[in-house]
Ligand binder design. Structure first.
Ligand code: FAD
Length: 387
């Protein structure tokens, strides 16, 4: 749902301009430094990029799902590191509080996140809980007016730099699966919490991902999200359902950018006395990219609108994430092909960096296989409900 078209157009125009004027010229710098430099982070914060999905009463823009995905499609038309820097605050790092936090918790954490003064992250995954996310082993034992957390989380986006951690831990030691899991907010500086150095990864230079360790980490009971034990996994699913649509939008932006680069290259590179774009086999590669990008855009927008209307989108959100992430991988592969050798040589194009960066989309926030399974599960659920 679009609340105020003129205001949204102004925001999208600003983001479009920022991406071309600031983000593109600094991509190589970000990759070499392996971080988004402070001046750029401060610029993004001053423009309110960290607060897009945080409600207005807590200092954010309170974008609807449709507005959020439109912004995401613009902001992600550059190296993934930029939007990953703000992306936990506009997504998984704040959403548990937005969805299920108490008023006091929202007041304490959301305004700082909206201003970009605090970076959030979501810590669910563990060595024995990847696709089987409900298999978490981190424990939270009640001790007076605190919980004592023990365990570890891995592959956590922004963990090495985060200030506010949304953590899922088992409060009922006898429980298995989704039951007995609770969600907590843990602040950097809490004794017993430590984070690793960022991993070396295939792509996404400048986006720090690492581990979180809890050793007798004492968390105040008032940081139990929603003040209720045993409903943490339900909170996680609320966050991830929205995030699937958001991430699908974030897969669409890099695909648009890669196609722009490939189209420009094909329109200038000449072989056999003509521009390579005029060879029908090359044109077919470009046409397939454009077609699939358009399909993903429309799918994401329709699902975002349905969510804003309060409809059940569990099936469509999985379809969005599955289709858009796989689409982005196919677009990356075709665009490297259009560049020829320059698509493989890092000194000759940035397509090879994008190709590596977007590989992650098919792996996190539910692998493609997990979404395929969920799509059929949701079809069965709807079928049963209709009978
Ligand atoms: C860079 C990066 C950033 C991440 N950021 C975060 C984050 O911020 N927060 C967080 O909590 N997590 C994060 N993750 C974790 C991510 O969500 C998991 O890696 C992902 O869910 C897959 O889990 P896994 O790596 O354990 O793979 P596994 O679950 O071990 O999967 C291995 C293979 O088996 C397949 N498979 C597994 N189960 C089934 C099944 N039932 N049917 C068919 N196939 C199956 C998978 O599709 C995959 O191909 C991140 C991961 C990476 C790499």
């Amino acid at each position: 749902m679009i609340r105020d078209k003129a205001r949204l157009d102004a925001l999208l125009g600003e983001v479009n301009d920022w991406v071309r004027r600031v983000a593109h010229p600094n991509e190589q710098r970000v990759a070499e430094l392996d971080e988004v430099p402070r001046d750029i982070v401060e610029d993004m914060a001053a423009r309110g990029f960290f607060g897009w999905s945080i409600p207005e009463e807590y200092g954010g823009l309170g974008l609807t799902t449709e507005e959020l995905v439109m912004g995401a499609m613009e902001l992600s038309q550059c190296a993934v590191a930029y939007r990953a820097r703000v992306g936990t605050n506009t997504g998984i790092g704040s959403e548990a509080l937005v969805a299920d936090g108490t008023e006091d918790q929202k007041q304490r954490f959301l305004p700082r996140m909206a201003r970009g003064e605090a970076t959030g992250c979501l810590a669910l995954t563990e060595p024995n809980a990847g696709s089987e996310a409900s298999n978490i082993e981190t424990t939270a034992r009640r001790d007076g007016d605190h919980y004592v957390l023990n365990g570890m989380k891995r592959y956590i986006t922004n963990a090495p730099i985060a200030d506010v951690f949304t953590v899922f831990a088992r409060t009922d030691p006898e429980s298995t699966g989704a039951k007995g899991v609770s969600a907590f907010i843990v602040e950097r500086g809490t004794e017993g919490l430590s984070t690793s150095k960022p991993y070396k990864m295939m792509g996404q230079s400048g986006s720090p991902v690492g581990e979180v360790h809890f050793e007798d980490c004492r968390v105040p009971a008032e940081n139990l999200i929603g003040g209720q034990e045993g409903v943490g996994f339900r909170t996680a699913m609320k966050v991830l359902n929205k995030q699937r649509i958001h991430l699908a939008a974030l897969c669409t932006g890099p695909a648009i950018r890669m196609l722009d680069m490939a189209f420009a290259h094909a329109s200038t590179r000449e072989q056999f006395g003509q521009k390579v774009v005029d060879f029908q086999l090359v044109a077919a590669l470009l046409a397939d990219c454009r077609t699939e990008i358009e399909a993903a855009k429309q799918l994401v927008l329709a699902t975002a609108r349905a969510r804003d209307e309060g409809r059940d989108i569990a099936l469509e959100a999985s379809i969005c994430k599955y289709f858009a992430s796989e689409m982005c991988g196919r677009v990356a592969d075709r665009c490297v092909q259009v560049f020829g050798g320059a698509g493989f040589v890092a000194d000759h194009s940035s397509i090879e960096r994008y190709y590596r960066d977007v590989r992650l989309f098919r792996l996190y926030e539910g692998t493609s296989q997990i979404h395929q399974l969920n799509i059929v599960k949701q079809m069965q659920r709807r079928e049963a409900a209709a009978q």
